[in-house]
Design a protein around this ligand. Structure first.
Ligand code: UDP
Length: 338
């Protein structure tokens, strides 16, 4: 019979691409999203969208009691690391507490499998690169801490209640749907690739390069950019691991690119150089973050299909070029200024 999945935060960047992948497998998909950061138009036709907040216990109960669910995927979360350094309790409460309440409700409704969108922000400034699963957890921000709170709740939900879970820790989700249906639209946008694309398209001022005196070959920070479709694939593949145990995996390509290399890639894809200038370091940026994803590969056979940086950037570029206003729904829904 058709598999049924609940995706919280399924109107957001990574969540919406998971929904697309699940629909591709002919699954029955319900999205729970409060649309505070997500977009109605990011939920592809075929999925059912329920607009509600995770803090609405009644709404969560109603949805979960409409089971059985083959799995719950949990993406709904505030995700601005910088904001969390100013408003710690916003993150600890909205992400941490609401996440735990969702887990408790899943246990009550006998959901058997739970997949968490977690983060490499758990690892702070890692001593070893690539980062493996055995590394010490030292959340780098209240945002990372809020994800860790949820991971810990999942640990006890597994130990005591038998809820099997996968915590997927990833850093730089990038790219967009290969078919161009959905993409990345954050407000405010803080991520390197979309900002570089907007700069080359002349939609924003030149890109600020946050520091070039890091201990890396060209002095700019190195990150592991993983295509959002490869991420979605990882979320689906881990389900098979969850019959008898819980797992946690890093998800990354194992290869890093510097800010300069990203800017060059966007320039190649656009066919002209990205206007950019040097700016001071951004607070809290570690020099190098590359995920070791060996266990995920070994256990599930997963491997990234996008291994070429330009191919990743190209999907992002195409969607953004075609959507000057991002998802139009939000813009249209906003009352016009008098
Ligand atoms: N970055 C930059 N200029 C920008 C945005 C980002 O130089 O306008 C750098 C940032 O310092 C980091 C890398 O690009 O080294 C990736 O940043 P992003 O915010 O995309 O992801 P993060 O690694 O912080 O999660």
């Amino acid at each position: 019979s058709r598999k049924r999945f609940l995706v919280t935060g399924g109107a957001g960047f990574v969540g919406s691409h998971l929904v697309a992948a699940l629909l591709e497998q002919d699954a029955d998909v319900t999205v729970l999203d409060n649309l505070s950061l997500g977009h109605r138009a990011a939920v592809l036709p075929g999925a059912k969208l329920i607009v509600a907040d995770l803090s609405d216990a009644q709404a969560v109960d109603d949805i979960l009691s409409d089971g059985p669910w083959d799995a719950v995927f949990h993406f709904a979360s505030l995700s601005l690391v910088g904001e969390s350094m100013k408003l710690p309790f916003k993150y600890l409460l909205e992400n941490g507490v609401n996440g735990m309440k969702l887990i408790e409700a899943c246990v009550r409704h006998k959901v058997s499998r739970f997949v968490l969108s977690s983060t490499a922000n758990l690892f702070g400034t890692p001593e070893r690169i690539p980062i493996d699963e055995a590394v010490t957890i030292e959340p780098h921000s209240p945002y990372g801490e809020s994800k860790f709170m949820i991971e810990r709740a999942l640990h006890w939900a597994n130990e005591i209640c038998g809820l099997r879970s996968a915590c997927l820790r990833y850093f730089n989700a990038a790219g967009a749907d290969a078919r161009g249906r959905i993409g990345e639209d954050h407000d405010p946008e803080t991520h390197l690739i979309p900002l570089a694309i907007d700069a080359v398209l002349g939609r924003r001022p030149p890109l600020a390069i946050f520091g070039n005196d890091y201990p890396t070959p060209d002095g700019t920070c190195i990150r592991d950019y993983i295509h959002v479709e490869d991420l979605a694939d990882a979320h689906i593949r881990v389900l098979d691991q969850l019959t008898h145990r819980s797992v946690r995996y890093n998800v990354g390509t194992g290869r890093g690119y510097s800010v300069t290399e990203i800017i060059e890639s966007v320039g190649r894809v656009a066919g002209r150089p990205v206007p950019a200038h040097l700016a001071p370091r951004r607070l809290g940026d570690p020099a190098v973050l590359i995920a070791g994803a060996e266990s995920l590969r070994a256990d599930t056979g997963w491997s990234p299909r996008y291994t070429d940086l330009d191919a990743v950037v190209e999907t992002a570029f195409r969607w953004r070029e075609a959507h000057a206003q991002g998802y139009d729904d939000r813009k249209l829904a906003e009352p016009a200024l008098a």
